[in-house]
Ligand binder design. Structure first.
Ligand code: AMP
Ligand code: MG
Length: 473
């Protein structure tokens, strides 16, 4: 695999970005490098010096002739429209093509100030970077379509934050994902009353991510795009819900047209089933609580539709939006069954199985992750106190009618463990504490090894390995 660069976004023109300079960091110490994904995109042969030059100093990749681009967008934050946001601490560094000729962005977080930094420093804390590494690695292992953390360097800067012990260590992170085309980009173009820019973004999305729509014309094309985005978003939401993942900040600038999960701030995984579980301490009303995520994504899609209404009639857009609720229900069920490692049947039986599982999870407050691990492929679970009673029996009776998918996965070492990797806040903090206290990275590395084992054990990649192999399977 060799590196294939493609400056697709810069070709959109100056209305869509501002050129910026990366920060000049006092030091660059490599803290995370994604070997698998570096190989997959043709960056596997970079030397240590090359990694630092490109992913800490942000010298352009060989053959890339564009400056870093802070992307322009607006967005609804907690339902308030904010026309002052945009890439405030990141930029588009480069774009490349994978082995299947699909477009990928390398985007940064914490790489310095931009015209959108407002009063903030444009930086990322090391803990923020570690949290993003853990979220992306865990979600990938659980079969969720997510951005990948590509590289993290510690920068030697001391940062001040009101929600972290300060001074906090600084870092810069690069992530890899198909698109940074946020709903908020369309909103910005609409806000500026530039239908031609809404159309340009829609064309970009179709050309690069939904080429099957390219033959369509007029309203059919735009509404088709909205429906495709609604379906991708439904799939992602279903995957989050089955993973027990709470993104935390489902603002319209944190959702993109490819339905890839990205931008990890105050995320949490459910310790146990609790519909009102809220990740962000500043989400006082629980707007983005676990069970409200489908509604939040649907609301965001409606704002995207509002922006698209500059170039498409309302009726067609409403019809496209209506694809979301049933698609979400189907996607949640199939993601849930993938996590249990069993074959889908008809929609009614699948729904009954999922309902029996959720009833049990609610009543027992069993640890979320252990439940899937223990019953994977319908295996005989280990003895645990909670696995008893009528509600549990109803679930196991329902599960008994299901055939396992590739039960040979149970032979993997991961399933010999007593407990699975469960990325609770306690797990995350336990890996971070030694880094913070004594600069000891061994617990974090051990946790990353455990996640890699989970990824290999579940082997959900065959359904959807993230995006390089068969993500639209
Ligand atoms: P988020 O809630 O992380 O999605 O960020 C919302 C907006 O705030 C985006 O425009 C970010 O770029 C910006 N932002 C967040 N943190 C910082 C920071 N430390 N410096 C500059 N801009 C930031
Ligand atoms: Mg964001």
């Amino acid at each position: 695999m060799h590196l294939t660069l493609d400056p697709a976004y810069p070709a959109l023109g100056g209305d869509f970005f501002d050129t910026v300079d990366p920060a000049d960091f006092p030091k660059a110490q490599l803290r995370f490098w994604n070997t698998r994904w570096a190989q997959a995109v043709g960056l596997g042969d970079l030397t240590d010096a090359g990694r630092e030059a490109h992913f800490a100093r942000f010298e352009p990749l060989p053959g890339w002739h564009e400056p870093p681009l802070a992307l322009r967008y607006h967005g609804h934050q907690f339902r308030q429209y904010n026309p002052q946001i945009g890439d405030g601490r990141g930029f588009l560094f480069a774009q490349l093509r994978d082995g299947k000729n699909r477009l990928l962005d390398l985007g940064t977080k914490g790489s310095g100030q931009t015209p959108y930094s407002r009063t903030a420093d444009g930086r990322l804390t090391l803990k923020g970077a570690v949290r993003e590494i853990l979220a992306t690695e865990m979600l990938e292992a659980l079969g969720v379509y997510t951005s990948k953390t590509f590289a993290v360097f510690e920068t030697g800067e001391a940062l001040h934050r009101h929600d972290e012990p300060s001074p906090a260590r600084g870092a810069v992170l690069t992530r890899l994902q198909h698109s940074h085309l946020r709903f908020g980009m369309f909103q910005r173009a609409a806000y500026e009353q530039k239908p031609e820019n809404v159309a340009a973004l829609a064309d970009y999305a179709i050309t690069h991510f939904y080429p099957e729509l390219d033959a369509r014309e007029g309203e059919d094309r735009v509404a088709g795009l909205l429906e495709a985005i609604a379906r991708s978003s439904a799939r992602l939401t279903g995957e989050w819900m089955a993973a027990g993942f709470v993104h935390g900040v489902l603002n319209t600038d944190n959702l993109n047209v490819t339905g890839e999960s990205f931008d990890y701030g105050p995320w949490r995984f459910l310790p146990y089933y609790e519909p009102g579980f809220t990740a962000a301490y500043f989400d006082e009303t629980g707007l983005y609580a676990y069970a409200r995520q489908p509604e939040a994504v649907f609301w965001a899609l409606q704002q995207l539709a509002g922006a698209l209404s500059l170039i498409c009639g309302e009726e067609a857009l409403i019809a496209a939006l209506n694809a979301f609720p049933p698609a979400y229900r189907t996607e949640f069920q199939s993601a849930f069954l993938r996590r249990l490692g069993v074959e889908q049947q008809d929609a009614d039986s699948d729904e009954a199985l999922v309902r029996s599982a959720l009833t049990f999870l609610r009543e027992s407050q069993a640890p979320w992750e252990a439940f899937f691990f223990d019953h994977f492929c319908g295996r005989e679970p280990q003895e645990r106190d909670v696995y008893t009673g009528e509600v549990y029996q109803a679930f196991t009776d329902a599960l008994a009618d299901y055939d396992p998918v590739r039960p040979e996965r149970l032979d993997h070492a991961y399933f010999k463990r007593e407990t699975p990797v469960h990325m609770t806040i306690e797990t995350m903090e336990a890996a971070w504490a030694p880094v913070h206290e004594t600069d000891d990275w061994s617990a974090l590395h051990a946790l990353l090894d455990d996640i890699a084992e989970a990824r290999a054990g579940y082997d959900l990649g065959r359904d959807r390995t993230g995006f390089l192999t068969g993500d639209k399977a």
